[in-house]
Design a protein around this ligand. Sequence first.
Ligand SMILES: C[N+](C)(C)CCCC[C@H](N)C(=O)O
Length: 288
Amino acid sequence: MPVEEFVAGWISGALGLVLGHPFDTVKVRLQTQNTYRGIVDCMVKTYRHESLLGFFKGMSFPIASIAVVNSVLFGVYSNSLLVLTATSHQERRAQPPSYTHVFIAGCIGGFLQAYCLAPFDLIKVRLQNQTEPRAQPGSPPPRYRGPVHCAASIFQEEGPRGLFRGAWALTLRDTPTLGIYFVTYEWLCRQSTPDGQNPSSATVLVAGGFAGITSWVTATPLDVIKSRMQMAGLKQREYRGMLDCMVSSARQEGLGVFFRGLTINSARAFPVNAVTFLSYEYLLHAWG
Ligand SMILES: C[N+](C)(C)CCCC[C@H](N)C(=O)O
């Protein structure tokens, strides 16, 4: 099994993540708390209350984990294409796979990465939702002291299954939308590249950016449900399941609730995925 795709996925995932984390914090807060009037209000309050550091809450854990997760996504995607079409990464420009194969390989990659991502994503969301400013004398300490403490507390309070809270919503969110992700990327690259040639860096950046946006736009409704189910254990607000969470959120807040975080998701998706695809393609090219 070719491993360079896994390594390239690892590095490119980490680069994309740092760039996108401040957007991600604002998104999670908008989706799960009702105290902000919008993106700008949330940014201003976060900055005033917690300084720039507030935007980077919960990042250390994803940076270690997203590398693994992105490596699973790109590694499984590329190796699934190898099985489906018998072409390696190097051969794929000369013999491009069909979009159906690209979609299936993306879904397989998405499905497997979702399970690796679930516990890390849960911890990230819990830490991002702690709005207390960092260690101030006299103020009560935040509930979780950091990622390891957070994981241990969830394990103790909610059991081992607690660590997989929201995992089904996450899997449903990621399986089809990562198929869409790779199809959009391939389609845009092929539109602006002569047959058989490698896409230019500019093409890769734009195609990667739009692949990220398309994938996130289609993923946002389930992203909201996923984040709410992940917070449920903490807020003592139990849902009987995904459907219950969807119905009660829509009843209380209207259908617009399913699009919370859409603008910020899209704004984050472009730079993150442009950089992810560019570094991925660059690394694989450099390694021959
Ligand atoms: C499938 N879904 C839209 C959820 C994610 C697709 C993009 C993945 C990328 N690592 C990012 O964080 O943007």
